[in-house]
Ligand binder design. Structure first.
Ligand SMILES: *Cc1c(COP(=O)(O)O)cnc(C)c1O
Length: 420
């Protein structure tokens, strides 16, 4: 593979990689091979997407050199006048996009955003009510392997065994019983929209803060394809790299009354200097997400996921909640005689890349997939139906994985992530 044959996002990026290859072929080759892998297999990992060439340009810019501890107009370093402009623009765009009074765009990741939200609102030892980990909670929602499970007393709510939907009666009962300081709504594998109004009501009744961890759906919110948690939650945590299609990073949205506490919880409490190249790239992504084309994209992401989920059902997989309202599908391949782990590797051999995930029943793992990346590539309902059929073929081992891989390659050639 050579620099000139790979489909780079931009000519400038190709030139940069050419120079990198002359200086450090070992690393350049990894980058080129990864670029080719992304372009020649289907990225169905629900949390992944392809950022725009403009976002990549901001990420690879000299803003990466700048130290900027603090906030615009109040930095601990000199020379921040220009990066201050970028951060102000990013905050204004995020606040306008989501209708929030305040935005903090410095969290280095979604987990950092959640850590800062807890730091702003909680004390160690406080009780927090969040979705149980086997029902779709994130590591930051009380895993013993994560700071959250170590420092706070988490109580888990779950989904109804029959419908797969959040059991709001249980959430309310647990809130009454445990008097949590905060309730967290948001999940890594729940394919439906949380009922934010119901969560707000339960939180008010319990005297608890409501934290929405909207890491997954925030991009759908930007495109008007999912309900906005901002009017309901005290604090909204999010990532910028999932459906939102920005750089890898996090952000926090809140009302004016919590703005200062949130800002201090990010810096200096849990982070050092902001990554200004990423902050600038977030600004670029917020502008892109505010454009009409992104609204169409977000709705297509959901339409694609619905068709893919229906196709998987037809192929015989069990789909949690029977479908999806989002970009995300959680499915159990057990009816086809294969568990999540084996399914993931069989599908990977055929160029269908996805995750395993916990299922709300039993110990076996299922699979989790999403349509954000393939929709960015321009694929629509017809391609989703075709992909679902390939799932059935691969999982039932009806055809050789290499044969299916050839078909996947054909799809990726028709829909390259970065058309030249
Ligand atoms: C992705 C995700 C996170 C964490 O994001 P990172 O950037 O990987 O730290 C947190 N919470 C939820 C619900 C997520 O889906």
């Amino acid at each position: 593979m050579s620099v000139t044959t790979a489909a780079h996002a931009t000519a400038a990026q190709a030139a940069g990689l050419d120079a990198l290859r002359r200086q450090d072929p070992e690393i350049a080759d990894v980058i080129l091979a990864e670029e080719a892998r992304q372009a020649s297999s289907l990225q169905l990992i629900a949390a992944e997407n392809f950022t725009s060439p403009a976002v990549l340009a901001a990420l690879g810019s000299p803003l990466a050199n700048k130290y900027a501890e603090g906030y615009p107009g109040a930095r601990h370093h000199g020379g921040c006048e220009l990066v201050d402009v970028a951060e102000r623009i990013a905050c204004e765009r995020a606040a306008a996009l989501f209708g929030a009074e305040h935005a903090n765009v410095q969290p280095h990741s979604g987990s950092s955003a959640v850590l800062a939200a807890y730091a702003a609102l909680l004390r160690p030892g406080d009780t927090v009510l969040a979705m149980g980990l086997t029902h779709g909670g994130h590591l930051t929602h009380g895993s013993p392997a994560n700071f959250s499970g170590r420092w706070f007393d988490f109580v888990g709510y779950g989904v109804d065994g029959e419908s797969g939907l959040i059991d709001y009666g249980q959430v309310r009962a647990l809130a009454r019983e445990h008097h949590p300081r905060a309730i967290v709504c948001g999940s890594i594998s729940y394919p439906r929209h949380p009922d934010y109004a119901a969560f707000r009501e339960i939180a008010d009744e319990a005297g608890a803060y409501l934290i929405a961890d909207a890491a997954h759906p925030i991009g759908l919110v930007a495109g008007g394809a999912a309900p906005n948690p901002v009017p309901y939650a005290d604090v909204v945590c999010a990532t910028t790299h999932k459906v939102l299609r920005g750089p890898r990073g996090g952000m926090i949205l809140c009302g004016a009354e919590l703005a200062e506490r949130i800002d201090r919880a990010v810096f200096p409490f849990t982070q050092g200097g902001a990554q200004m190249h990423t902050v600038a790239a977030k600004a670029v992504a917020f502008a892109e997400a505010g454009a009409p084309a992104f609204t169409a994209y977000a709705h297509q992401v959901v339409a694609n996921a619905r068709v893919l989920a229906a196709g998987l059902l037809t192929e015989g997989l069990t789909v949690t909640t029977g479908g999806t309202d989002t970009h995300l599908i959680t499915a159990d391949p057990a009816p086809l005689g294969v568990d999540g782990q084996a399914a993931r590797s069989r599908l990977a051999a055929a160029g269908l890349v996805l995750d395993t995930c916990a299922l709300p029943w039993g110990d076996a793992r299922g699979i989790r997939l999403g349509t954000a990346a393939v929709t960015t590539q321009g694929m629509r309902e017809a391609e989703m139906a075709r992909i679902a059929v390939l799932f059935g073929v691969v999982l039932r081992e009806e055809r050789d994985a290499r044969e299916v891989l050839a078909e996947v390659r054909e799809l990726t050639r028709t829909y390259p992530p970065y058309p030249g």
